[in-house]
Write a protein that binds this ligand. Structure first.
Ligand SMILES: Cc1cc2nc3c(=O)[nH]c(=O)nc-3n(C[C@H](O)[C@H](O)[C@H](O)COP(=O)(O)OP(=O)(O)OC[C@H]3O[C@@H](n4cnc5c(N)ncnc54)[C@H](O)[C@@H]3O)c2cc1C
Length: 355
């Protein structure tokens, strides 16, 4: 069976980002790479959004960038503006196409459907696939989004709505999210922070239909695209070893308080490629122990007081836009951290610290 220097298990966001970073830095000129990916075809399946706090390789896959966003509670709305860090959405279809066409020129790169088609004994393995069953009773961010198109211009495409808590919470945490790509086209998502045991929260079609009709006042529209997902808000338990490095969500790249992963994946890919020649000695990458600690406390509060979360999120965004964006994108300094922490209700968070 054929052997390769490197194997990437899972040709999704993290696997392909890493392969692309290796290729553009000419690290595959005299090394071989196998990508293990079972999917039959690549097509748009997700929309990756984030605040652009550093440059990335996929500017040409951006559907839209915004400088303004709103947060809504059931009582009021606040608008934030950030010229320094635009919010961007990436079309996964364009991302897959760009990377796969680049990789197709290098004969040292091969795709396989299953790992047992090759000999993996001596390779460095980058794994983006979760091992074993994931616990449904833990906390997840689960959601469904639809991209709708209307005959008339309805949306203000200069401003996105990051969180709208003006909706049924059903004893968990629930909000809608609206990304207006054009004046007549928007991705609208219903998002829950809860375990996955409660099936009654998953009537997403109905939730979206009611929200679009009653909150947005839109009666006629067509649906162009649907995406659905569940992002684990807990870290994987399996660990790296010197020949096996976990990447992507399976490599702990998700920020647990937000679900944001895309830009962390880009940072991790660059880190791996910069250190590829001493990869066996590389320490496990993390985007900041302080965020891991603060997110843990935040999620404890969320689990014990879901009813308080709309106000906690709303108040958190009273900090200056740059501060909150840097905090949520793991780029804040200690003064900015203190500023955000000062917006939180003290007693509940102190109690969560000791529980
Ligand atoms: C619908 C959706 C929307 C999201 N939106 C955002 C967002 O807006 N912003 C953000 O930052 N994050 C977002 N995320 C979270 C995160 O960025 C994505 O989940 C991202 O795709 C994670 O990359 P990954 O490589 O870890 O996983 P994936 O992209 O899922 O890649 C894993 C790959 O492994 C393959 N695979 C599965 N089983 C096997 C196997 N046994 N062997 C080999 N390969 C296998 C899969 O086919 C897949 O291609 C979203 C997630 C989802 C599901």
């Amino acid at each position: 069976m054929k052997e390769f220097d490197y194997i990437i298990i899972g040709g999704g966001c993290a696997g392909l980002s890493l392969a692309y970073e290796l290729e553009i830095n000419r690290k595959l000129k005299d090394k071989t790479l196998a990508i293990i990916e079972p999917r039959e075809e690549y097509k748009r399946d997700k929309t990756w959004s984030f605040w652009k706090v550093f440059d990335h390789n996929f500017e040409d896959c951006v559907i839209k960038s915004w400088n303004n966003f709103t947060i809504n509670s059931s009582e009021s709305s606040q608008e934030l503006t950030s010229k320094n860090f635009p919010y961007q959405s990436i079309d996964s279809g364009k991302f897959y196409e760009k990377i796969n066409s680049k990789l197709s020129f290098n004969q040292n790169i091969s795709f396989f459907k299953r790992l047992n088609e090759i000999n993996s004994k001596n390779s460095i393995i980058f794994n983006s696939v979760f091992k074993g069953e994931q616990n449904k009773s833990e906390l997840w961010q689960h959601f469904q989004g639809i991209e709708i198109e209307t005959a008339k211009d309805i949306f203000d495409d200069e401003i996105l709505n990051l969180m709208d808590f003006n909706c049924d919470q059903r004893n968990d945490v629930h909000f809608f999210y609206t990304l207006p790509f054009k004046k007549n086209k928007a991705l609208i998502e219903t998002t829950w922070l809860s375990d996955l045991d409660n099936q009654s929260l998953m009537d997403y079609d109905l939730q979206l239909e009611n929200y679009i009709k009653n909150n947005l006042g839109i009666k006629n529209y067509k649906i162009n695209f649907t995406e659905k997902g569940a992002i684990p808000l807990f870290y994987p338990t399996f660990k790296n070893n010197d020949k096996n490095i976990n990447i992507g969500s399976a490599g702990g790249m998700t920020r647990l308080s937000t679900g944001y992963t895309f830009l962390n994946i880009q940072e991790h890919s660059k880190h791996i490629v910069n250190n590829i020649d001493e990869i066996e000695k590389l320490k496990t990458f993390n985007f900041g122990k302080k965020y891991q600690f603060l997110d843990k406390v935040f999620l404890k509060v969320l689990e014990s007081h879901p009813e308080k979360m709309p106000k906690i999120f709303f108040d958190m965004f009273k900090a200056s836009p740059n501060t909150i964006i840097k905090f949520l994108s793991n780029k804040s300094n200690i003064l900015e951290d203190i500023n955000i922490i000062s917006k939180m209700p003290k007693l509940i968070f102190i109690k969560a610290l000791f529980n």
